[in-house]
Write a new protein. Structure first.
Length: 396
């Protein structure tokens, strides 16, 4: 009961102080309200370039990103050979949306936008201060990578709605051009590497056929056994994967560093394939390019069988690579891995500032400050009264 009385007394005490300084509190709050309202009205009526708080407009464009890496050469080869891809391998694709954001925020890309739209002149920045221009541009740009819908939203905020729309749409167009110039050349490199590998495999096929024909002419017709059928299929699959893994490593190394974890993983996968090929070949006698001497028929039969297995392997590799090469020829070099869902349009509603919220915040802040000032003035007056009482001499 005593505690409640104490709290009530304290509340009444402070309330009495505020009532004593009510005029000060009302005056400060009202003056702040009038000032902030006048400021907001002036910011609306003044031209945007002169307004201290101009209206800002946000233009947005949406692009849809393709999920996964549909043009993965290794996946295509495994599919052609009838090798199923495990669930762990199917989830190793990189995030295309995150890659798009990296491109959009790269210095080369941003500098081109800065130059084309005269960001330096627009904001009065010297040409020597590129970092400041990039900072202002990226500060007005907004990106949203929505993985749930596989979409990327590009937005730009400016006091000029037309400028915001033009800059946003230009970024989408430049993104397509960037893919055409950079990723298109990657596809060309893949084609060239595939052409070289196909030529090498065909040369191996011709060499093996010549050796096989030489054996048949010397010893007559020899029948290949089913002895090496399983080795042929396994070697064909592994060697195809090795060739395409080399192509993947070659292409990825052009856009990465030797310390890139993904590049190191790809090199480890290549070494695993090489090890598997070595284990299979250890179970097969090696063939020699030298002319076969007069040997026993079983030895000749074994050599012929090995040649047949190797020839079957090379033919399967050639068929797989040729199929993949034809697929690549039908692929457009300049086709980006995204589609434009919506280009930006001229915004007709401002995105900021929220002047109503600003007015409310200023009024609340002014009221709190006036209350604090009233309490401070009351405290100062009490100190002065106390000092005055102490200064009065006591009567003897």
């Amino acid at each position: 009961m005593n505690q409640e009385r104490t709290l009530l007394e304290a509340l009444l005490y402070y309330l009495s102080i505020l009532l004593n300084y009510r005029r000060l509190i009302i005056a400060i709050t009202a003056a702040s309200a009038i000032g902030v309202i006048a400021f907001c009205v002036a910011s609306v009526r003044l031209p945007p370039e002169k307004s201290p708080l101009p209206n800002k407009y946000t233009a947005s464009a949406i692009i849809l990103v393709q999920k996964g890496a549909e043009n993965d050469l290794s996946s295509a080869i495994r599919s052609a050979l009838g090798i199923t891809t495990g669930p762990a391998e199917a989830q190793t694709g990189f995030d295309s949306g995150a890659f798009l954001l990296m491109v959009l925020q790269s210095r080369t890309f941003v500098d081109r936008i800065v130059e084309e739209f005269g960001i330096n002149r627009k904001y009065g920045i010297s040409d020597q201060h590129k970092s400041q221009s990039r900072k202002i541009l990226l500060g007005n740009l907004h990106f949203d990578n929505n993985r749930a819908t596989s979409s990327v939203t590009i937005s730009y905020t400016d006091v000029d709605p037309v400028f915001a729309k033009n800059l946003t749409n230009r970024m989408v167009a430049l993104l397509s051009e960037w893919y055409s110039e950079n990723m298109g050349s990657s596809t060309s490199r893949q084609k060239r590497l595939l052409e070289e590998k196909i030529a090498e495999v065909k040369a191996d096929i011709d060499r093996l056929q010549d050796r096989q024909n030489a054996l048949q002419k010397r010893y007559g017709v020899l029948t290949a056994q089913d002895l090496g059928a399983s080795q042929a299929s396994a070697l064909a699959a592994l060697r195809s994967q090795l060739i395409l893994k080399d192509i993947d490593i070659n292409n990825y190394s052009n856009i990465s560093t030797p310390a890139d974890p993904k590049l190191q993983q790809m090199q480890e996968e290549r070494q695993n394939i090489v090890s598997q090929i070595g284990r299979i070949q250890q179970g097969m006698p090696e063939t020699s390019d030298s002319t076969t001497s007069q040997t026993s028929l079983p030895d000749v039969q074994t050599e012929f069988n090995n040649l047949t297995v190797e020839l079957d392997v090379q033919k399967k590799i050639a068929n797989t690579l040729s199929h993949q090469y034809e697929v690549l020829k039908l692929t457009s070099d300049s086709e980006p891995p995204f589609q434009v869902m919506e280009l930006a349009e001229i915004p007709d509603a401002k995105s900021g500032p929220q002047r109503t919220t600003l007015i409310g915040e200023v009024i609340i802040a002014a009221f709190i400050a006036s209350v604090a000032l009233a309490l401070l003035l009351n405290g100062v007056s009490q100190v002065r009264r106390t000092q005055a009482k102490k200064a009065i001499p006591k009567k003897g």
